[in-house]
Design a binder for this molecule. Sequence first.
Ligand SMILES: [Zn+2]
Length: 260
Amino acid sequence: MLLEVDKFAALEAATFAGALPAVAVTAGAVAFAAGLAWGGLSYCALWPESQIFGETLIAPKRPGEIALTYDDGPNPAWTPQLLDILARQNIKATFFLIGSYAAREAALVRQMAAAGHVIGNHSWHHPNLALTGAARVRNELVRTKATIEGIIGKEVKLFRPPFGARRPEVLKIARSMGMTPVMWNCMTTDWSTTDPELIAKRLIAKVEKNWARGVAANVVLHDGSHLTPTAYRGPSITATKRIISQYKRTNNFVTVDGWM
Ligand SMILES: [Zn+2]
């Protein structure tokens, strides 16, 4: 997920540059303008809440609701522990699976579905789809959809683009397959932060911020990694426990499909 961080850092730098006063037209200024144009494109393609490259589902106007979503699994080292935690609290989550991992962990995927969790498509190999040709995009999504549906015997109706990266064609392809593209509004660097308390604290602050502005909270965490199928995800799983204990009394945990 490093790519995601780097791109967001680049986006922030571009946004900052946009706040500078106008400069004379020089070679530097031309490069500067090109940088801004790229910054704008990056915004459309990567910023989770941008709707410029096509509509995506983030969260409805239902403050108080919270959807826990997990990307980049199934991870045989950590997903089972996460499923235990969710089962103990009777909470249903939404999992966006990498197709090639799902194919290898069919029993785990079946267990997720049997427990009532919602399963979405996160592509076969987790490429940056904003930079991927249409034929391969289609292939990534078709293969993953067919594999998951073959395992759980249920239609896959949700799609989350890897890295959140998309362009209009990617969203169109997903929709043509009957899948709604889903982004998020609460994310932190849970894949690289080692302190679960810090992960939980940051996400809880974002949940509160979204509720305060009148929308539900769409929280993304990672039970896996596109870099390796058994990545260490202890902090993300412990942070989940902390977030659940914060909000369990409200009993307002929902799955993303209820927002369609
Ligand atoms: Zn991912």
